[in-house]
Design a protein around this ligand. Structure first.
Ligand code: ADP
Length: 399
């Protein structure tokens, strides 16, 4: 089966065509600046050159039309016609409590996704536009929705409820949902498989450390807790998001700086995290490591604070599961930041963890980075959300 995976943001669209048999990508690319001047599409066939075209994309339908045109292009395309694209898998950010697993898209499902817009006002409407545009252009092709929140729906109420008046849960479904679920699911399963252990018997902690970052606790194949919340703002210190703070800081800052709620939210989402804490050095860990290496004290403090928060979440989840068999690092920083991994693991001596320096220096492959006699295994598992979405899509359509 050829599965087109679509990840539609408010002004961007990532795509990958995957052969579900070989699990290899056939072509991939990115549309940027949709609805903004200077929009462009990047397209890379697996057996060809990457090409970039600057072309107007007034809306997502036009972006998807260009994607389909690139995939079927006589010279550089990878399929002869649209009929060779057997299904589309859409990444959807928020599925609320309604979706605990992926689902085939129909009108009812569209309505249910729309009902979750309130919970993810920046993301879900864009995801829906992506689905509508695809349906318009490929009305006979089956489509599947894969939710970022679905994997975390197995959390027990004691983990997902906040200490707030219960009525807000009843009225508005205010609770912890968690995100990056496709990645946490993929990585935890892959870790068990790689170790040759039974997934259903394991206690696994996944640290998805990218620009957005979250930790999850997976016990017996089910997520029992995760660090992101109602929105992706909770938890770790991220690229530009604050993660956990005293909620009273919002009111304090609003008064002191004369800011409205939207401005405070903008600061917490876009100007905080490692970017803000470092005094605007960068949200990119490569820049922060470099600055810290050159003696920038704020950059050093930022990295210390980031590592410490990750280590604290790991500790909390060890307590929640009464132990841990494997700790996995994934996503941009988790996969590439060997120094971050080293510093986080330095907190974990109480778990009998010792790092294998040589293994920790490897890149781009599944690898155990703890020493052979480490009681708890530490792994790097490169995440592959597109492949996970393609797998879900093909499994649902075969069923
Ligand atoms: P997202 O998908 O959330 O945008 P990614 O998972 O792609 O993020 O991670 C991007 C981040 O990975 C970059 O901002 C950078 O901080 C980090 N990163 C990438 N390469 C390296 C590296 N070699 N060393 C440390 N961090 C890296």
């Amino acid at each position: 089966m050829n599965i087109l995976v679509i990840n539609c943001g408010s002004s961007s669209l990532k795509f990958q065509l995957i052969d579900s048999g070989t699990e290899k990508w056939i072509a991939k690319g990115l549309c940027e600046r949709i609805g903004i001047e200077g929009s462009r599409i990047t397209y890379t066939p697996a057996e060809g050159e990457k090409e970039e075209t600057v072309t107007p994309m007034p809306d997502h339908t036009e972006a998807i039309r260009l994607v389909l045109e690139a995939l079927t292009n006589e010279k550089t395309g990878v399929v002869k016609s649209l009929s060779e694209i057997n299904a589309v898998g859409h990444r959807i950010v928020h599925g609320g409590e309604k979706f605990a697993s992926s689902t085939v898209i129909d009108d009812e499902v569209m309505k249910a996704i729309e009902a979750c817009n309130d919970l993810a006002p920046l993301h879900n409407p864009a995801n829906l536009i992506g689905i509508r545009s695809c349906r318009e252009l490929m009305d006979q092709t089956p489509m599947v929705a894969v939710f970022d929140t679905a994997f975390h729906q197995t959390m027990p109420a004691k983990a997902y409820m906040y200490g707030l008046p219960y009525e807000y849960y009843e009225k508005y479904k205010v609770r912890k949902y968690g995100f990056h679920g496709t990645s946490h699911s993929y990585v935890s399963k892959r870790a068990a498989e790689f170790l040759g252990e039974k997934y259903e018997d394991m206690k696994i902690i996944v640290c998805h450390l990218g620009n957005g970052a979250s930790v999850s606790a997976v016990q017996n194949g089910k997520c029992i807790d995760t660090s992101m919340g109602l929105t992706p703002l909770e938890g770790l210190i991220m690229g530009t998001r604050s993660g956990d703070i005293d909620p009273a800081i919002m009111e304090f800052l609003a008064h002191k700086e004369g800011l409205g709620i939207d401005e405070v939210m903008n600061i917490l989402n876009k100007k905080s995290g490692v970017y803000g804490l470092s005094g605007n050095v960068s949200s990119d860990f490569r820049d922060l490591e470099k600055a810290a290496g050159e003696g920038n004290e704020k950059a050093k403090l930022t990295l210390d604070a980031f590592d410490y928060r990750v280590a604290k979440y790991i500790g909390a989840y060890v307590a929640a599961m009464n132990g841990v068999d494997a700790i996995c690092f994934t996503a941009g920083v988790g996969e590439n930041g060997s120094t971050t991994r080293e510093r986080v693991c330095a907190y974990l001596g109480y778990l009998g963890i010792e790092l294998d320096k040589e293994a920790n220096a490897k890149r781009g492959e599944d690898v155990v980075i703890s020493t052979q006699d480490s009681k708890t295994k530490v792994l790097v598992i490169p995440t592959n959300e597109e492949l996970a979405i393609a797998r879900e899509t093909s499994a649902l359509l075969k069923a």
